[in-house]
Design a protein around this ligand. Sequence first.
Ligand code: SAM
Length: 248
Amino acid sequence: MTEEDYISFNRTQWELASDEYQEEHDSDLSGERAAAWGTWRIPEDELRLLGDVRDKDVLELGCGAARWSIALAERGARAVGLDLSTRQLEHARGLNRAGDVSLVQASAHSTPLRTESFDVVFSDYGATTFADPYQTVPEVARILRSAGTFAFVTSSPLLMMTWPEELEEPSTTLYRDYFGMHRFEFSDGVEFQLPHGEWIRLFRANGFEIQDLIEIQPPEGATTTYEGRPLSWARRWPAEDVWRLRKK
Ligand SMILES: C[S@@+](CC[C@H](N)C(=O)[O-])C[C@H]1O[C@@H](n2cnc3c(N)ncnc32)[C@H](O)[C@@H]1O
C-alpha cells in the first residue's frame, strides 16, 4: 500500500465510521473528559503535558469533532484543529458554533500550515496513530516554534504485539514482532507504531528533546467506552504511551 493509498483508505474509513464513533464515545469525549488523554481519559489537569495554553497557538493533529481543541480554546488558547475527514470536521463544526477553533482539512503528514507557527502541537489517538511517524514527526518539527511542546498518546508497542485482529482484546501472547514494527494494516484502517528506540532516534533526528514517556496505568475503577480495553490488562501492562517532547 503506498502512502497515498493508506491515507485515502483511512480517510474513507473515518468518513464511514464518524457518526457511530461520535455517538458511541460522546460521554468519553465531552465535558470533563474532553481535555483528557487516551481511552481511559486521564485528565490533562492531572498530567499537565501541554502547560498553560492561554494566548498560545495550539494545534490538534487529527482533531475529530475538536472537543479537545474547544476545551483548550475555553482556556484561552488560539486553537486550530486539523483532520483528514470531512465528516469528522462536520461534527467539529456542529460543536464549534462559536467559531473559537479554526478548523483545517488536511493530512498531518504534509500540512498547509506555516513554518514555526505553533507553541503546542498535540494528538490524542489522532494523526500520530494514523499517519506515518517518519513523515509526521518532521512535519511537526517544521510547524512548531523553538521550545514548543509536542505531546501525543497512542497504543503501546506491547498492545500492538499482543492484540491480533482476530481477537476482541489484547492477550498475554506475543503475536507480532517488536523489531521492525511500523505499519499495521487492519481491515478498518492503517495504524503506525514503532519500537521505543526507533521513536527516540526519530525525535532526536528532528531536533526534539524527550521530556517524558508516560506508560498509562489507569486507576482502579477507571472506565472507557472503547472496546478491547480490559481494565485488568491495562492495570498490569502498558496499553498506551504518552510522549512529551520539546523542540530545541
Ligand atoms: C480516533 S480519532 C481521534 C480524534 C479525537 N481525539 C477524538 O477522540 O475524537 C482519529 C482521528 O484522526 C483523523 N486522522 C486519521 N488520519 C489522519 C491524517 N493522516 N491526518 C489528519 N487526521 C487524520 C481521523 O479522521 C479521526 O478524526
